[in-house]
Design a binder for this molecule. Structure first.
Ligand code: BLA
Length: 510
């Protein structure tokens, strides 16, 4: 696809995506003031309800829609709870001679926004029944991977999209496809990673408030909401709209992937955007508002289930690690020599926190295993660590940032969790993690998956992946706060054992 006006990529975080002033043409929009006069309307109003936009402006709403419809809409407004709530009405006769419409209603500042779109064919299964059975299936998932895969399969089944991905953000906002269900003969995107810049900040903030968006047809030019500026010179705020037209930049991105329609549902855990359920279709596709409502409801419940599963997973991990350390401490109490055995200490801590390599510095001796720097490099690192502040665990996903010589071995050991294990300086167990880029899991050949957009396409997943690769050069998977807590616990136990043994030795001597 060729665009005459190429959007400015440097201004992505500043593009006011809620003020673009247009909606998708599969529906219409009316903005009504507190005294029920139409103050704005989408240009395509005539295509939907047979009233020209100009003719509707300034009119009381019940001259544009039937009195019954206005009555239903008024009643529904009573349920609205402030700016971010949206109410829906399904299968409304907006005028006696029109087919049924699904309607979404919300406040935008002092305006009441009414959006309508044609209802689907009658005889659909009830939303409650659909979502209930989806949730039952979700709750039966045994593993986390199964739980994720189940979710994307079910969303694909109810929406009919060609591809449904679960896209998870890391601490820096970069994304990874962690589950996928895709129509046969299309390449898999599972395991692919993208930089945070693919979804700008204001879009992420908006997606926490408005959790579902649809692009029904990328080639739809959309319909402007008129007048573009109100008497105060303000465009209409479409943050909570269900029909909002999206940024050209994003349209270009999707179009470069060969996508024609997209749907995404926010996954929000603990108030943060955890990720998205992102759907692609290779031809235009408009799930009805009813279907989208089911998908949204499922998304909200899925988020809650995910949040509690993740919490359980963390708790189980910490418990498992505690059991391991307890056992090992019991062993050391029987055989105090182990405390002078760097291999043994390395294995102890390694058993509790996943890593790619371990370095131990104990009583001047060094022991290295797995992916780690060489002995001279390691001694230099420990020297640097122990010259630092009070003995504390040091965590970083990029050692070179705090110890410049580490750049030389970033491929083998990019990040570390360094645990001081004695009261004297210098005794350390350091767990290393290799470069993140090396641990990326590929489903199939990523080169092949993206071949068609390899040459000079400006916005594409291939380019994004390269950008992501640049960003994470020399950076490891981060150590989590749960892993830090576990390392802390091991360290405390070790120190306690050392103290106990020292005391018992003293009393033996007395
Ligand atoms: C929005 N970008 C998005 C969204 C996704 C992505 C999922 C959410 C909107 C939606 O539902 O489609 C990114 N989509 C991806 C990625 C994959 C995918 C990575 O399918 C991989 C498989 N985008 C850019 C750059 C800019 C940009 C460089 O790549 C700006 C400089 C902008 N992305 C951009 C904007 C939005 C967006 C402005 C918001 C669209 C909107 O809601 O209006």
């Amino acid at each position: 696809t060729e665009f005459v006006d190429q959007p400015d990529l440097t201004a992505c975080d500043r593009e006011p995506i809620h003020l673009l002033g247009a909606i998708q043409s599969f529906g219409f929009l009316l903005a009504v003031s507190a005294d029920w006069l139409v103050s704005r309307a989408s240009e395509n109003l005539v295509d939907h309800i047979g009233v020209a936009c100009d003719a509707a402006l300034g009119q009381p709403l019940d001259k544009v829609l039937s009195e019954d419809a206005v009555h239903d809409i008024r009643n529904r407004i009573a349920y609205l709870q402030g700016e971010d709530s949206v109410e829906r009405l399904l299968r409304v006769r907006l005028k006696p001679d029109l087919p049924e419409y699904d309607v979404a209603i919300h406040f935008s500042h002092s305006m009441i926004i009414i959006e309508g779109e044609p209802s689907g064919p009658a005889g659909h299964e009830d939303i409650g029944i659909t979502v209930r059975s989806m949730l039952m299936r979700q709750s039966q998932a045994t593993s986390m991977q199964n739980f994720r895969l189940n979710a994307v399969r079910q969303i694909r089944a109810i929406t009919g999209f060609d591809r449904v991905m679960l896209y998870r953000f890391d601490q820096d906002g970069a994304g990874e496809v962690v589950a996928e269900s895709v129509v046969s003969k299309r390449e898999s995107f599972l395991g692919l990673r993208y930089p945070a810049t693919d979804i700008p900040k204001q879009a992420r903030a908006l997606y926490v408030r408005n959790v579902l968006r649809l692009i029904a047809d990328l080639d739809d030019p959309g319909s402007p909401v008129l007048p573009e500026m109100d008497v105060n010179g303000q465009p209409l705020d479409l943050s909570m709209s269900v029909l909002r037209s999206v940024s050209r930049v994003h349209i270009e991105y999707l179009s470069n992937m060969g996508v024609r329609a997209s749907l995404s549902i926010s996954v929000v855990c603990e108030g943060r955007l955890w990720g998205l359920i992102a759907c692609h279709h290779y031809s235009p596709l408009r799930p009805t508002l009813e279907q989208r409502t089911a998908a949204e409801l499922f998304g909200r419940m899925f988020s809650m289930m995910l949040e509690s599963r993740e919490r359980e997973e963390t708790a189980a991990y910490e418990q498992r690690s505690r059991a391991i350390t307890d056992r090992l401490m019991a062993v050391v109490a029987q055989d105090a020599d182990l405390l002078h055995n760097p291999e043994w200490i390395g294995e102890t801590i390694s058993a509790a926190v996943p890593n790619d390599g371990v370095g131990v510095y104990l009583d001047g001796k060094v022991s290295l295993s797995g992916m780690a720097p060489d002995e001279a490099q390691f001694r230099a690192l420990v020297r640097d660590l122990s010259s630092g502040a009070a003995s504390q665990i040091v965590i970083t996903d990029c050692i070179a940032r705090i110890h410049a010589p580490a750049a030389a071995y970033a491929e083998r050991a990019a990040g570390m969790l360094a645990v001081p294990i004695s009261r004297k300086p210098r005794d350390y167990v350091v767990l290393f993690r290799g470069e993140k880029i090396r641990s990326v899991r590929w489903a199939g050949d990523p080169q092949k998956a993206m071949e068609e957009d390899a040459n000079g396409v400006r916005l594409s997943p291939r380019k994004s992946f390269d950008a992501w690769r640049q960003l994470v050069q020399g950076v490891s998977e981060p150590f989590t706060s749960a892993e830090q807590r576990v390392a802390e616990a091991v360290r405390t136990s070790l120190l306690e054992v050392v103290l106990l043994l020292a005391e018992s030795r003293e009393s033996d001597q007395a």
